[in-house]
Design a binder for this molecule. Structure first.
Ligand SMILES: [Fe+2]
Length: 280
């Protein structure tokens, strides 16, 4: 029996979940299952006024799947503080890279699958920016013409850290370039056929070029598809209020933050659920 209330926020992506307390999320196995089901259907779930404390956020994340504890920077293991304040996070500088559309985990170090899901809880917000935008990679595929679906079905795309970083650092030092190139590149199909049978496009800033395609044609194709997938009428833009939690399906959703300044009070707490499905 359904215990959570789910209301769509846009035609393609996003839903608001209500009628659920933090205690229910943690204490009820069925609720976690319903949240995962809603996540598969809507891509992004917003739970306003949930007021999850950090330990509860980690515990709830564990109900969705094994959590990633590798990059934490908080007293509670598994929590990563998303802030541009360098006194709070030694990796604050990296957050510039979140201002461009991407799917997390497209250039893994050791061939790991992209992360399954990410949870963010807002501690403090910025009144003049710092929203998080989401676009459905499933809807991006479904919007293709039949001819495009056929033509793209065999294309492979090389993803690299260098492609991602050049957007953020257009004038890199030789040392930066050397560091980026030390990370393995990954080749993924443009069209991801999920275990569920659904198909999505694998796009975003890490997509460097279509393997074997003329560079100018490749750039035009990837940029054109990204523009279509992230057109204003296709996306859900989340404006943060204090104490809410947002969960997204990183395997079928692209995301980015709208820019906010280094001295912004914006601070979110992030937890990540490991992926179990490789892009294929
Ligand atoms: Fe991200």
């Amino acid at each position: 029996m359904a215990t959570i209330c789910v209301e769509s926020l846009t035609a393609n992506i996003g839903a608001e979940v209500s009628g659920v307390s933090a205690d229910q999320l943690l204490g009820d196995e069925a609720v976690a299952a319903e949240v995962l089901e809603a996540l598969e259907r809507h891509g992004v779930l917003a739970l306003r006024g949930l007021d999850l404390d950090p330990a509860s956020q980690v515990a709830f994340c564990e109900r969705l799947g094994p959590g990633d504890y590798s990059g934490d920077n908080h007293t509670v293991p598994g929590i990563y503080r998303v802030t541009r304040d360098k006194s709070k996070s030694s990796t604050a500088e990296h957050l510039k890279g979140t201002f461009v559309w991407h799917i997390d985990g497209c250039t893994p170090l050791n061939g790991e699958a992209p992360q399954r899901a990410t949870l963010l809880t807002s501690l403090t917000v910025d009144q003049s920016g710092g929203e998080t935008e989401f676009a459905s990679a499933y809807a991006a595929y479904e919007a293709l013409s039949e001819e495009e679906k056929e033509r793209f079905s065999s294309l492979k795309v090389l993803h690299s850290l260098e492609a991602s970083q050049r957007k953020v650092w257009p004038d890199p030092t030789p040392e930066q370039v050397e560091r980026w190139r030390a990370r393995p590149t990954s080749v993924h199909p443009l069209v991801w056929t999920h275990r569920s049978g659904r198909k999505s496009l694998v796009l975003g800033v890490s997509a460097d070029h279509v393997v074997g395609m003329d560079p100018a044609e490749s750039r035009a194709l990837l940029e054109g598809l990204l523009d279509r997938a992230t057109a204003p009428e296709q996306i859900y833009r989340h404006s943060w209020s204090v104490g809410e939690t947002v969960i997204w399906d990183n395997t079928g959703v692209m995301h980015r933050a709208t820019p906010y300044p280094e001295d912004s009070p914006r601070e979110l707490l992030r937890t990540t659920v490991f992926g179990v499905e490789h892009i294929s």
